[in-house]
Design a protein around this ligand. Structure first.
Ligand SMILES: Nc1ncnc2c1ncn2[C@@H]1O[C@H](COP(=O)(O)OP(=O)(O)OP(=O)(O)O)[C@@H](O)[C@H]1O
Ligand SMILES: [Mg+2]
Length: 244
């Protein structure tokens, strides 16, 4: 393995735990894995976190309707022969024709893994197979311009529904990691504030009360805290909120 240093990791919540268990079970059954859910719930990040916990290289591909079956075939070949993991973000943005070819391509990979062969054919090429490769597809169901997955493809992927992340737990642990001593109380206040803002303020596009925004505020607050360790923690968090 290549040592990548002590990289950032996610907070392990009951939700991440559940995704880990389901995803590893899916891999054990030689299937792909399909986390689906609203934006910013941690589908992509949890996949990447699991891959780093398992010591696998994980490549994230942002799918678009411009991608064709040849490109996808190339990616599958690369993943299968190198034993890496691929995370296809917004997989249902691919056009239906490409999706159906993808299911044939991915089926050849899973079939080859099941047969335990060392080399197999994918499209015109014969490639070597590393059975530890993995394919994850993340989706935002019900968005505009997304296609419904074909049944053949659905059968190859274990679906996981990802709902609301445990905001308070994540906040508390992140604050603690940034060096705040009163993390529990601050996290409670912080998430309550965000929940109130989300409910009470008008529903406009430019507001973002998601996990991504919360995280960036907490990181800024951590920087302030390290700059002035003796200041009141409530004041520090308040300043991060106001300035950011
Ligand atoms: N358990 C967790 N601990 C800490 N941070 C988390 C956790 N889960 C999610 N996050 C953070 O939430 C943010 C959104 O996660 P991510 O990008 O994976 O969302 P997504 O579900 O893939 O969204 P999209 O559908 O928009 O792609 C990221 O900044 C990520 O670090
Ligand atoms: Mg994502």
């Amino acid at each position: 393995y290549e040592y990548l240093g002590n990289g950032p990791r996610l907070v392990v919540t009951p939700l991440t735990d559940r995704i880990y268990v389901t995803a590893t079970q899916a891999l054990h059954l030689k299937m792909g894995c399909a986390p689906a859910g609203p934006a910013g719930t941690g589908k992509t990040e949890t996949t990447k976190d699991l891959s780093s916990a398992m010591g696998k290289a994980c490549y994230v591909f942002n799918c678009s309707d411009q991608m064709d079956y040849k490109g996808m075939g190339g990616i599958f070949k690369g993943l299968a022969s190198s034993g890496s993991w691929g995370c296809f973000d917004e997989f249902n943005r691919l056009v239906p024709e490409v999706l159906s070819v993808c299911s044939v391509q991915f089926k050849s990979v899973t079939d080859a893994i099941r047969e335990g062969v060392q080399r197999f054919r994918l499209q015109e090429d014969e490639i070597s197979l590393d059975p530890t490769c993995g394919v994850f597809i993340t989706m935002n169901p019900g968005y505009l311009g997304r296609s419904e997955l074909p049944e053949g493809l659905k059968a190859l992927f274990r679906p996981i529904t990802v709902v609301v992340p445990d905001l308070e737990l994540i906040c508390e642990n992140m604050l603690m990691a940034e060096g705040f001593t009163g993390a529990k109380l601050l996290a409670k206040k912080f998430t309550t504030l965000y929940a109130l803002c989300k409910d009470l303020l008008s529903k406009q596009m430019h507001y973002d009360w998601g996990l991504r925004a919360i995280k960036s505020v907490l990181v800024v607050a951590g920087g302030f805290k390290r700059g002035e360790p003796d200041l009141d923690e409530r004041a520090i968090l308040m300043r991060a909120l106001r300035d950011f």
